[in-house]
Design a protein around this ligand. Structure first.
Ligand SMILES: [Zn+2]
Length: 216
C-alpha cells in the first residue's frame, strides 16, 4: 500500500505501509537537494502529528476500555469506578444478609464480593451447582444502554433494565436502576442455563428465575 501525501511540480513524498506494521518513507526529488526541504519539513510535521495522534488514541482507549473484575463465578465488566459505586449503593446484598460494610474496601472489591454472594445464594435457592459455572456480567450506565444492547443482539425494542443472553453467556444490567432481586433473577437464568445439558423451555426458565426472586 502506498499513500501519496504531497505532490508538487518537483517534489513528491510517499509514505508506504509495509505489512501494516512498518512505516516506510521515501522521498523522490528530480530537482536539486534544497527542494527536498519542504518535503522533509512536511514529513517531520506529519510524523509529529502521527505521534500525537497515537498518544491521544492510547489515552482515549485507556479511558473508554471496559475494566474487568475476575471472580470465582463471573467476570464483571464495567466502565468506571463511579459506575461501581452506584451499583454498590443500589445493591447492598451483604447489608441484607446482616454483614457490615467494610469502608476500606475498594469499589471493585465490594462489587466483586457482592455479586459472588448473590451467585452463591441463587445456586443455593435453586439447589443447582453447575460445574464450571462462569459467565460475564456487563454493567451499563442506564436502562437505555441495556435496551440498546438487547436491540443489537435480538433486533427487538424492549423496556428491560436487565437481561441475560444465553448465546453470549452474558448478563447486562443498568447500574442506576437495579434491585438485587432483579439481579438475582438474571443470575438464576445464567445458573439454569449452565445446569441443564439441554436448556429447558423458556417458560420453565422464567418460572425458576421468578422462584429465586421470591425466595431471596
Ligand atoms: Zn427472566
Amino acid at each position: 500500500m502506498e499513500l501519496v501525501l504531497m505532490r508538487g511540480p518537483d517534489v513528491s513524498c510517499r509514505v508506504g505501509i509495509n505489512n501494516g506494521e512498518n512505516l516506510a518513507v521515501s522521498v523522490h526529488d528530480t530537482a536539486t537537494l534544497h527542494r527536498q526541504r519542504p518535503c522533509q519539513q512536511f514529513l517531520l510535521r506529519y510524523s509529529l502529528l502521527l505521534l500525537l495522534g497515537l498518544i491521544a488514541t492510547e489515552l482515549l482507549t485507556t479511558r473508554i476500555e471496559a475494566a474487568e473484575i475476575m471472580t470465582a463465578y463471573a467476570v464483571i465488566k464495567y466502565n468506571s469506578r463511579e459506575q461501581l459505586k452506584t451499583f454498590n449503593n443500589k445493591v447492598q446484598i451483604r447489608g441484607n444478609s446482616g454483614r457490615d460494610w467494610n469502608s476500606k474496601e475498594t469499589p471493585e472489591a465490594t462489587a466483586g464480593i457482592q455479586i459472588s454472594h448473590l451467585i452463591i445464594r441463587v445456586q443455593k435457592i435453586l439447589g443447582m451447582h453447575p460445574n464450571g459455572l462462569h459467565f460475564t456480567i456487563t454493567i451499563l450506565d442506564s436502562p437505555e444502554q441495556v435496551q440498546a444492547a438487547y436491540y443489537k443482539q435480538y433486533g427487538n425494542t424492549v423496556d428491560f433494565i436487565a437481561f441475560y443472553s444465553p448465546g453470549q453467556e452474558t448478563l447486562y444490567f443498568a447500574a442506576n436502576h437495579l434491585r438485587h432481586s432483579v439481579l438475582a433473577h438474571e443470575i438464576a437464568h445464567a445458573v439454569v442455563h449452565r445446569y441443564f445439558e439441554k436448556t429447558p423451555p423458556a417458560a420453565i426458565h422464567e418460572l425458576l428465575a421468578q422462584y429465586v426472586e421470591k425466595r431471596l
